[in-house]
Design a protein around this ligand. Structure first.
Ligand SMILES: Nc1ncnc2c1ncn2[C@@H]1O[C@H](COP(=O)(O)OP(=O)(O)OP(=O)(O)O)[C@@H](O)[C@H]1O
Ligand SMILES: [Mg+2]
Length: 238
């Protein structure tokens, strides 16, 4: 359902060029939970931005549900981002002046739904992440794990076909991380929704079905997770 074909991403930086991705090809099927690992600066976030239609490649092709994103104008990319993809990028953009349920409803409000209509689904997903009793809290009245669950609920409220997470457990203690990872694990639906997660933590990666290792803007290894969670063992993916 998501595919990169020989994708490069180069950033001009003064007189130099930063080569963030150097020819990456990969395919992620609907229903898969894929973890992305690799050293700092290896190109993981750049890869996520391309998968999520947040940026365009320098060369190569990007497909989402069979649509060629590299050919779409910005207006249509924005529509793909808004209605088909849920982003969970480290507490990002949770608005402090809104309550939890208003934050969750935000993508629907931005898509033009009326407040009265948007709040219903927002309460439903808040319930799904176990936060119905925190719906009226502001962000500074919640724990890190709760805020991260608000971010997940907000990503889910549009019923996305892909959920993209960049270090979703980066700032959390191990117990709270495990809660968030179990929640993410429950999201992929066979033939429907996939999850892609960047993580530095091999144990977190073990919650997925498959781990892709990136190094210097290239795929270094692509492995299936054969024993999930705590002591994951991996084998090469064909
Ligand atoms: N907008 C940009 N302009 C110039 N260079 C960039 C830009 N974004 C990223 N880079 C560079 O591209 C490379 C890959 O960056 P990227 O953010 O994808 O790394 P990462 O693997 O996510 O690292 P981290 O684990 O630290 O988040 C880095 O060398 C970075 O400095
Ligand atoms: Mg990054």
């Amino acid at each position: 359902m998501m595919e990169l074909r020989d994708v490069t991403k180069h950033y001009p930086q003064g007189r130099r060029i930063v080569r963030a991705l150097n020819g990456v090809s990969l395919r992620i099927e609907a229903g898969e939970f894929v973890s992305i690992m690799g050293p700092s600066g290896s190109g993981k976030s750049t890869l996520m931005h391309l998968l999520g239609a947040l940026d365009s490649p320098t060369s190569g092709q990007v497909f989402f549900q069979g649509r060629a994103l590299h050919l779409l104008p910005e207006r249509e990319l924005a529509e793909v981002r808004r209605s088909r993809i849920g982003f969970i990028f480290q507490f990002f953009n949770l608005l402090p002046t809104l309550t939890a349920v208003e934050n969750v409803a935000l993508p629907l409000l931005l898509a033009g739904q009326r407040r009265g209509k948007a709040l219903g689904p927002a309460y439903e997903v808040l319930d799904r992440v176990g936060l119905s009793d925190r719906a009226g809290h502001f962000m500074d009245e919640m724990s890190g794990g709760e805020m991260q669950r608000v971010a997940i609920a907000r990503a889910l409220v549009v019923e996305p076909e892909a959920v993209l997470c960049d270090e979703p457990t980066g700032n959390l203690d191990s117990h709270t991380s495990a809660e968030i990872l179990k929640l993410l694990r429950s999201l992929p639906e066979p033939g429907k929704r996939s999850v892609v997660m960047v993580t530095h933590d091999a144990q977190a990666a073990g919650y997925g079905d498959r781990t892709i290792h990136i190094r210097d803007g290239l795929i270094d290894a692509d492995e299936l997770v054969v024993a999930r969670t705590t002591h994951a063992i991996t084998v090469p993916h064909a």
